[in-house]
Design a binder for this molecule. Structure first.
Ligand code: NAD
Length: 327
């Protein structure tokens, strides 16, 4: 069995090599994205795999189908880079990856604490031997209300993590889960915005969630509310966020994701001209924490993503179902 594996990072190699040996596979391994220019690397393959930077649109699926390839695995959870309808119409079997929600959930709580304890300006001061305390007074999570938007795998794990801190939890989801209801109280989105000191987003990017954080929803929030986004940049209207930071309506934001991060995050762009003004502008505020879409990035998650990516292609090639199959 031969598979073409795109967007391979160095940290995936150990597990890829182990699986290649275990299942006696021939893997074509490249760090390139899957594009019309790199499709030739999949010549003669039984399936292809990418992470989330390749645009898996109708044209790419049509080209793959012409090459006799009808199986595709994405080694990440998010699926907004995949035209699932086109894949379905063209007869593809498609999987995404699954990994424990703990990596992202732990990271989310870390960002909450970093904002609450003003870790970013404290770190800046340490670098220049400024050990003063002025302006660094924090707040304790225990007395606060946290609003969790999206109580799926990650949102629920955030709630489980937070349950030890003693804070009050409000949550909102289009599908309510009894496990979340046992830890917090389901309320309307308006009530969550009105009552929460910290709002954390854990919904997928859908038409119904795109720009859900906007001028109107921010206006409903408490003064100096904190927003954490470890889900997708496009859940927020970034212009509205910038206004709310400038006029101090929001007390801070921590963003592991950013609109139009593709081609920037996960790349070394030190000597390049980067054309994302919002990213450059927001980054300079002491109460804005930004990281390069790395909440998922743990050794445990990477091994699991690679395993899903390879084992699903193998299952599809043998005409079997795989637990992460989405088409
Ligand atoms: P999940 O599918 O288990 O949970 C998503 C939840 O959102 C579901 O309960 C769903 O009902 C809910 N939802 C859908 N539409 C909604 C709406 N309009 N309003 C409120 N809730 C809605 O997904 P998950 O594994 O918890 O992941 C959540 C998101 O986190 C992913 O879609 C992805 O975008 C993001 N993510 C980011 C990273 C990272 O490294 N930063 C890693 C993994 C996932």
């Amino acid at each position: 069995m031969k598979f073409a594996i795109y967007e391979v990072r160095e940290d995936e190699m150990k597990m890829l090599k182990a699986l290649e040996k275990k299942y006696n596979l021939e893997l074509v391994i490249t760090s390139e994205d899957l594009t019309p220019e790199t499709l030739y690397l999949a010549e003669g393959a039984d399936g292809v795999s990418t992470i989330g930077h390749s645009h898996m649109n109708r044209m790419i699926f049509e080209q793959l189908a012409k090459m006799g390839i009808h199986t595709y695995s994405s080694r990440c959870i998010g699926v907004n880079h995949i035209d699932l309808a086109a894949a379905r119409e063209l007869g593809f079997s498609v999987s995404n990856a699954s990994y424990s929600p703990h990596g992202v959930a732990d990271y989310t709580v870390m960002l909450m604490l970093m904002l609450l304890r003003k870790y970013k300006p404290a770190l800046w001061r340490q670098q220049v031997n400024d050990y003063s305390l002025g302006g660094l007074m924090g707040r304790e999570l225990r007395g606060l209300t946290v609003g969790i938007v999206g109580t799926g795998r990650i949102g629920l794990t955030v709630m489980q993590n937070l349950s030890g801190f003693g804070c009050k939890m409000l949550c909102y989801d289009v599908h309510e889960r009894p496990e979340a209801a046992a830890l917090g109280k389901y309320v309307s989105l308006t009530e969550l915005y009105n009552e929460s000191d910290i709002i954390t987003l854990h919904t997928p990017l859908l038409d119904s969630t795109r720009f859900m954080i906007n001028e109107e929803s921010i206006a409903q929030m408490k003064p100096e509310a904190l927003i954490i986004n470890c889900a997708r940049g496009e859940l927020m209207d970034i212009t509205a966020i910038i206004h709310a930071i400038e006029n101090q309506k929001l007390g801070g934001v921590a963003l592991d994701v950013f609109a139009d991060e593709d081609g920037i995050y996960h790349h070394d762009r030190r000597t390049d001209i980067i054309k994302n003004r919002d990213m450059a502008y927001l980054r300079q505020f002491p109460n804005v924490i930004m990281t390069q879409h790395m909440a998922f990035y743990t050794a445990e998650a990477v091994d699991s993503m690679v395993t899903c990516g390879i084992e699903s292609l193998l299952a599809f090639a043998e005409g079997k179902h795989y637990p992460c199959q989405i088409v």
